[in-house]
Design a protein around this ligand. Structure first.
Ligand code: ME8
Length: 653
C-alpha cells in the first residue's frame, strides 16, 4: 500500500495581509503534514495563492499598480504571505500561484476539455446587474433585492456566458456526500445537502466578461474563466496535471485531504467533485471543513479593525507558542473565539507550568544530583507503573485523535501524561531521596522515568512545535535520530546513562495583567483604522432624467397581512391595501430585519408600477422602499414608514 499523503490548504487571496484565521488553517495543515512525515509517509503539502478575480483587479486599480504588481507585492514582498509562512515554520513542499504560467495554460486546457465534452456550454446568464459595480448577480446572491457589494438597485440583464453542467452531477454528488465520510465534520454534510443540493443544483456560470483579470478562455477570449474553476484545479495543476512543470499526478493524486474553512466547503464538496467527475478523474478522499476564529466574540474583519496580526503575536510570544495555542485551544471542526487572555493563559498553564516546568525541573535535578549524567543502576518503585504505562500508551491514543484531525484532543492526550509526570515528582519527592546516598539508584530511576516521559511527549509535540520539541529533546540528551514514531510507543529508549544539557527556560511565565494591557495597546496602535461606524452607500453618479423618474409610481400602502415565505430565510410576503380595492402582493427580502407581526397595520411606501416578478414561485408586484446603511460592518435596514393618517394609495411625489 502506498504511504503517500497529499494534503492541501486553501489557496489564499492576496488581496490583503493574511490574519490569524488564515494562519490557523495553515498551521493545522502543517502539523498534519509533519505528523504524517513522522510516521514515514511520503508527504506532499501544498499551499499557495489564488490571484485572479475582480476584487484584485479593483484593488490594484485603486493602488495605481497592475494586478500582477499588486499580487506580487502581497505574495512575495517584504512581510508578505511567503514571509509569514516562513516565520510560522510552515513546511509546505510546494507553493502554487494561480498566475504561474503552467497553471494558466493548464486551466485553459481543462476548460476546453470540459467544453469539448459538452459539460461546459455557451448560454445566456440571465440575472441581475449592478451598474456601479459592473457585476452580475443571481437573484439569490442579492441582499434584500440589492447589489450585495454596493447595496444599490440592480437591473434585469443578460450576458453571454459559459455554464458548467453542475445539475448533471447532482445525484452523484448527493450520493458522495451522504454515502460515506467524504466531507467532515458530519454536520457540514447536512448543511450542504439541505441548503444546496435538495433545493436543486443549477448549472454554474463559469465565465465572466465584466472584468479582465483572470485566465482567458483561449477559444473565446472575451471571457475569463470563473475564479473558482481556476482556483480549485490548483490542487491538480500543482502536481503537473495538464502541464509539464511537474510530473507527480500519479504519485500523489487523489488528495488525501483538503483542509478548508467552513464558508468554502460548498465549493470543495459540490463544485470540485462535480468538475472532477466531468474530467473523469479520481475524487479527493476527504474534505475537512474547519471552523472560524472570531476575535472577542466578533467576526474578524478589516472594516471592524479587529483582525489579529499573526506577525505581532509570533514575534512577541514565539512561533511555537502561537502554533500550539491555535491547535490546543479550538476544536478544529467548530468556530473558536480568540482572545488575548486565552492566549496568555494557555501559554502560562500548558507551556510554562505543565511542560516547561517539568522539563526544567527534571533537567535541573539531573544536573544537581548527578552532575548532568545518570548512573546506570536502577531501583523500581511502585508508583512507576502508572506513569510508564500512560507514557507507553500515549502514542496510540494520540494517533487515534490525530487521524480524526482532532488536534485539540491529540494534544490533550499529551497533557494528561505531562500532568501525570508532574504528579510523579510530588509522589517520589526526589529532593528527599537526594538526601541519602543509599537512594541514589532509586533517584536515578525516577529521573530516568521522567526523562523518558518527556522524550515521548516531546516527540509527539514535534508536529505542533518543531523548534521547541527539538530544544526539549536536546536538553534531555535524546539523540534526535532515535526520536522516531516507532520509538514514541516504546519506554526505555534513552541510554541508561543519559547525559542532559541544561538550557534556557523554554516558556517563561507571562504576567497576565501587565501583558494584556501592553498587548491591547500595541494591537490598538497597529490596527488598521476601523472604517467609520456608519457607512452610507455612495450616491449615484448617473443622473436620471426627470421624465424617467416621474414614471416611477410611489404609493402609500397599508400592511393588511405579512408572513414569512416558507423555505426562504429572507423573504416576507406582504398583502397590501394600495387604495385600488384589490389587494397587492409584494415580496421583500427583509425577514432578517423585521418580524412579520410587527409590520401589520403600518403604512409603507412602495413602487407599484414595476413589472411583476416571481420569487420562490410567488408573484411580487412592486417593491417596498427602505433605507439601507451599514453600522460597524453590519448591514441595517429600515422600511420607510409614513404617517398612518396618509390614506392607502396616496401618491408620493
Ligand atoms: O477563500 N478563521 O481565500 P481566502 C478561520 N481563495 N479561517 C479563516 C478565517 C477565520 N477568521 N478567515 C478566513 C479563499 N479563513 C479562496 C480559496 S481554495 C481553492 C480557494 C480561511 O483567502 C477561509 O475559511 O478568502 C478559507 O478557508 C481560507 O482562510 C482562505 O480564505
Amino acid at each position: 500500500m502506498s504511504n503517500k499523503f497529499y494534503i492541501t490548504t486553501p489557496i489564499y487571496y492576496p488581496s490583503d495581509k493574511l490574519h490569524i484565521g488564515h494562519t490557523y488553517c495553515t498551521v493545522a495543515t502543517d502539523a498534519m503534514a509533519r505528523y504524517k512525515r513522522m510516521q514515514g509517509c511520503d508527504v506532499m503539502f501544498l499551499t499557495g495563492t489564488d490571484e485572479h478575480g475582480q476584487k484584485i483587479e479593483e484593488k490594484a486599480k485603486n493602488a495605481g499598480v497592475t494586478p500582477q504588481q499588486f499580487v506580487d507585492n502581497i505574495v512575495d514582498g517584504n512581510g508578505g504571505i511567503k514571509d509569514l509562512w516562513k516565520l510560522m515554520n510552515i513546511s509546505n513542499d510546494r507553493f502554487i500561484r494561480t498566475t504561474d504560467d503552467y497553471h494558466v495554460s493548464a486551466i485553459q486546457a481543462i476548460f476546453k476539455k470540459m467544453y469539448e465534452k459538452g459539460d461546459i456550454y455557451k448560454g445566456k446568464y440571465v440575472g441581475k446587474y449592478s451598474t456601479p459595480c459592473e457585476s452580475f448577480w443571481t437573484e439569490s446572491q442579492l441582499v434584500d433585492g440589492k447589489c450585495p457589494d454596493c447595496g444599490r438597485d440592480v437591473i434585469d440583464a443578460e450576458e453571454e456566458a459559459y455554464f458548467f453542467r453542475l445539475s448533471k452531477y447532482a445525484d452523484r454528488i448527493l450520493e458522495l456526500l451522504e454515502g460515506g465520510d467524504f466531507l467532515e465534520p458530519a454536520s457540514r454534510v447536512n448543511e450542504m445537502v439541505n441548503n444546496f443540493i435538495k433545493p436543486g443544483l443549477e448549472d454554474l456560470c463559469v465565465s465572466r466578461t465584466s472584468f479582465k483579470w483572470g485566465v482567458p478562455v483561449d477559444f473565446d477570449d472575451k471571457h475569463v474563466v470563473y475564479v473558482w474553476i481556476d482556483a480549485l484545479f490548483n490542487y491538480m495543476t500543482a502536481l503537473g496535471f495538464m502541464n509539464d512543470k511537474y510530473d507527480e499526478v500519479d504519485k500523489y493524486w487523489p488528495a488525501d485531504v483538503h483542509f478548508v474553512g467552513k464558508e468554502i466547503v460548498r465549493f470543495h464538496s459540490i463544485i470540485w467533485p462535480a468538475m472532477l467527475m466531468s474530467m473523469e478523474l479520481p475524487l479527493p478522499k476527504k474534505v475537512y471543513g474547519h471552523g472560524w476564529l472570531n476575535f472577542n466574540g466578533e467576526k474578524m474583519s478589516k472594516s471592524r479593525g479587529n483582525v489579529v496580526d499573526p506577525y505581532l503575536l509570533a514575534q512577541r510570544y514565539g512561533v511555537d507558542s502561537l502554533r500550539f495555542f491555535l491547535l490546543r485551544t479550538f476544536p478544529f471542526g467548530s468556530d473558536g473565539n480568540f482572545t488575548n487572555e486565552l492566549l496568555i493563559q494557555t501559554i502560562n498553564t500548558d507551556l510554562a507550568n505543565s511542560l516547561g516546568n517539568l522539563v526544567s525541573r527534571t533537567v535541573a535535578m539531573v544536573d544537581k544530583y548527578f552532575g548532568g549524567q545518570l548512573p546506570a543502576e536502577r531501583v523500581e518503585g511502585e508508583v512507576d507503573a502508572e506513569l510508564i504505562s500512560m507514557a507507553s500508551a500515549l502514542r496510540d491514543a494520540y494517533q487515534t485523535q490525530m487521524d480524526k484531525y482532532a488536534f485539540q484532543n491529540g494534544l490533550a492526550e499529551i497533557f494528561k501524561v505531562l500532568s501525570r509526570a508532574n504528579k510523579y515528582i510530588d509522589e517520589t519527592t526526589p529532593w528527599i531521596l537526594a538526601k541519602d546516598e543509599a537512594n541514589k539508584a532509586r533517584l536515578a530511576t525516577v529521573m530516568y522515568n521522567l526523562l523518558e516521559t518527556i522524550r515521548v511527549c516531546a516527540s509527539l509535540l514535534h508536529p505542533f512545535m518543531p523548534e521547541s520539541a527539538d530544544k526539549i529533546l536536546g536538553q534531555i540528551g535524546a539523540d534526535k535520530a532515535a526520536c522516531t514514531w516507532d520509538n514514541a510507543a516504546v519506554f526505555g529508549v534513552l541510554p541508561a546513562n543519559v547525559k542532559v544539557n541544561k538550557g534556557e527556560a523554554l516558556f517563561p511565565r507571562i504576567d497576565l495583567e501587565k501583558e494584556l494591557k501592553e498587548l491591547e495597546e500595541i494591537q490598538a496602535a497597529a490596527a488598521p483604522k476601523a472604517e467609520p461606524a456608519i457607512e452610507i452607500a455612495p450616491q449615484a453618479e448617473e443622473n436620471v432624467d426627470f421624465e424617467t423618474f416621474c414614471k416611477s409610481d410611489f404609493r402609500a400602502v397599508k400592511v393588511k397581512a405579512c408572513e414569512a415565505v416558507p423555505k426562504s430565510s429572507k423573504l416576507l410576503k406582504f398583502t397590501l391595501d394600495d387604495g385600488t380595492g384589490t389587494d397587492r402582493q409584494i415580496l421583500s427580502g427583509i425577514a432578517k430585519y423585521y418580524k412579520p407581526e410587527e409590520l401589520v397595520g403600518k403604512t409603507l411606501v412602495a413602487i407599484v408600477n414595476l413589472p411583476p416578478r416571481k420569487m420562490m414561485g410567488l408573484a411580487s408586484c412592486g417593491m417596498l422602499i427602505s433605507a439601507v446603511h451599514s453600522e460597524g460592518g453590519e448591514e441595517k435596514l429600515n422600511l420607510l414608514m409614513v404617517s398612518d393618517a396618509i390614506p392607502a394609495g396616496a401618491k408620493l411625489c
